[in-house]
Every structure is written in structure tokens, then in C-alpha cells.
Design a protein around this ligand. Structure first.
Ligand code: TRP
Length: 337
């Protein structure tokens, strides 16, 4: 870690190892992470405990997703020399902090978080556990144990951050004796929080509409050909509406320099959707090629990825231990030993 870490803002974010990394993660989140890894004192977490809140019956999947996910982070430019990549379950201080903060977290605050009822409706009653109810509290502990100030996340996480800020305020009020022992974290939203998938809905593994980093170029091209476009533009010559077209939304993300030309030709009808898809698939594959090469390299070197995780986890644990000690002191939980 560079000696200037103390002057840089502390950034913290996590991702659940619950499947393959796709284009939505890449442009929505990982591009931001890569920037922060050079400019902030950044901590990036493999949120494996969070993955267990919904996938507790499939530990092998969570374990397998870990290295794949970190390989994608590294390929996207998250730099382990200037940021800290770590494993949540390797930091016992996070879990200990969760027990402590659970004492002052009102049940009603957790129950009113929209993702709680929403996810139970979507995934079923089997995830209605004590652990799942505590999901946003655990997320706050991830952040607070490093005194994270900025949290780069998608829009769907803002309610979790709001709850986290309330818990921090309550903690400081009850135990801080006029001081800020913990810091209220702030969400920093990506410029492109919602990336459409091939069916036009938000890109998501569970909708089966994602383009994965691990896809080869042929698969990518096939998926792009299957993309939804303006339903009123049936054939070349018909005027299209780029503003409602998911394919066009992806163009904006992948090659901003070309969007004005594509939009004009789509509107006039000169550009048909079939040609547009062929052009875009080429652009996308070219855009992803260097990243996919790095990804393949990291996938082929699990020892390297494991070493990066182990080193980051050790570094993160040191910092977490210091903050937990402050918390326990404030709560008068320190023993004389
Ligand atoms: N809940 C986040 C998500 O689903 C993942 C996450 C876990 C996280 N811990 C975090 C994000 C801490 C930011 C900070 O995307």
C-alpha cells in the first residue's frame, strides 16, 4: 500500500460471488472500481457471506465463483498493487461487528428495506432467514469496519446505504461520547447503473439475458444478433427510435464516438437492425478482446489470484482489527487481559 493512502478517500465496495461476471457488472460497476483502485484508498470485497444469505444450499457454486469473479475484476483494471482485494469470510472482525451492531438495530428498520420483502417474493420463502434479514446490516459492517467513506454501487443498493447511515448515527450517539467512532458511508452511483440485456430488461444472470466476459466472440455475436431493437422498425428503410432501443443503449456504453452516426442512420432508416447488430458485435468483441485476454490469463493462474486475495485479506484484517478495537472500547467491552 502506498504511503499516501492516508490522504486518499477511503472507498469500499463488494460483489457477491454468485455467478459469472457480465457486461452489466463491467460497465455498471467495475469501470468505476478500476478508476478508484488508482485514485482512492480502495477496498474491494468478495462478499461470500452475502452469497450464503440466498445460496446457502450451494456452497460449491459460491466457492467456484470466487476466483472467476476476481479474475474479471483484475482483467477490468482493478489494480491489486494500489487497492485491497479481500475475502469477507476471511475478516472475522466483520462478523463480530455485526453481532455488536445487531444490538442497536431495530427490527423495523431491517423489515422495511425494500429488498427484504421484494427478494422473498421473487426467490421464495426459503430465504426468509435471520441471516437474510441482516443482509443490509452485514453490508454496513463490511463498510464500517474500514471506515469506508464512499461506496460505488448501483441504484438498487441506495436503501441499504441509507439504513447503514442510520445505524452509524445511532452507534455514535449511544457510544461515541461526542466523537465519530464510525463513519457514515455515502453511495456514489455509476453513470450507467442500468445496462440492458439482450431482451431489453436489466442485464442479469437470473434473467438469462447477459453477455458474459467469459463468452467467446462467436457466442457474443450470436447474443447480439438475438437482441431486442425498436419493435416498430421491421426492415431497413423503416425509421428507428434509438432512444428506446436496447442495442443503441449498449452502443453508448461501448463506443460513445460512434453513437451520433449510428443514431442518425437508424432514424433515417439507412441503417437496418441486422447491419447494426453485425457492426455492434464487431465493436463489442474488439472492445472486450484485451480484457478477455487478461481474463483468460488470470483464469489460467489460480495460484496468482489466490495470492492476491490472501495478501489483500491479511492487509484488510489489520485495519479491521484496529476499528473493531475502537468499537469495543467505545462499548466498554474491552477486557483487562
Ligand atoms: N449488496 C451488494 C450487491 O448486491 C454487494 C455488497 C456486499 C456490497 N457488501 C458490500 C456493496 C459493501 C458495497 C459495499 O451489489
Amino acid at each position: 500500500m502506498s504511503s499516501t493512502a492516508a490522504n486518499r478517500p477511503r472507498v469500499m465496495a463488494g460483489m457477491r460471488p454468485s455467478g459469472l461476471v457480465h457486461l452489466g457488472h463491467l460497465v455498471g460497476v467495475l469501470t468505476q472500481w478500476a478508476n478508484y483502485s488508482g485514485s482512492a484508498d480502495a477496498f474491494f470485497e468478495i462478499a461470500d457471506l452475502h452469497a450464503y444469505t440466498t445460496d446457502f444450499d450451494d456452497p460449491a457454486k459460491i466457492r467456484d465463483a470466487r476466483n472467476e469473479m476476481v479474475a474479471a475484476w483484475l482483467a477490468a483494471g482493478v489494480d491489486p498493487r494500489t487497492s485491497t482485494i479481500f475475502l469477507q469470510s476471511g475478516i472475522p472482525q466483520i462478523s463480530e461487528l455485526q453481532v455488536l451492531l445487531a444490538m442497536i438495530t431495530p427490527l423495523s428498520w431491517l423489515e422495511r428495506v425494500p429488498t427484504f420483502k421484494g427478494q422473498i417474493e421473487a426467490l421464495g420463502q426459503q430465504i426468509a432467514t435471520y441471516g437474510f434479514l441482516g443482509y443490509p446490516l452485514l453490508q454496513l459492517c463490511d463498510i464500517a469496519i474500514f471506515r469506508g467513506e464512499y461506496v460505488p454501487v448501483g441504484r438498487d443498493q441506495v436503501a441499504h446505504l441509507e439504513l447503514g447511515r442510520e445505524i452509524v448515527r445511532r452507534f455514535n450517539y449511544l457510544y461515541g461520547d461526542g466523537r465519530e467512532i464510525l463513519i457514515e458511508p455515502q453511495a456514489t452511483l455509476s453513470e450507467f447503473p442500468d445496462v440492458p440485456g439482450i431482451d431489453g430488461r436489466k442485464m442479469s444472470k437470473s434473467y438469462d439475458n447477459a453477455i458474459f466476459i467469459s463468452d467467446d466472440e462467436e457466442t457474443t455475436t450470436r447474443k447480439v444478433r438475438a437482441m431486442v431493437t425498436d419493435p416498430l422498425k421491421i426492415r431497413r428503410g423503416d425509421p428507428g427510435r434509438p432512444e428506446i432501443c436496447p442495442l443503441f443503449a449498449l452502443w453508448r456504453l461501448v463506443n460513445p464516438l460512434k453513437v451520433d452516426g449510428v443514431a442518425a442512420e437508424c432514424r433515417s432508416g439507412a441503417l437496418g437492425c441486422v447491419q447494426d447488430k453485425t457492426d455492434f458485435a464487431e465493436q463489442l468483441n474488439a472492445h472486450l478482446r484485451p480484457l478477455r485476454e487478461r481474463y483468460t490469463m488470470y483464469r489460467g493462474d489460480p495460484a496468482l489470484v489466490e495470492r492476491i486475495i490472501a495478501e489483500g485479506t491479511a492487509r484488510a484484517r489489520d485495519i479491521a482489527a484496529g476499528v473493531l478495537a475502537d468499537v469495543k472500547r467505545a462499548m466498554k467491552l474491552t477486557s483487562a487481559l
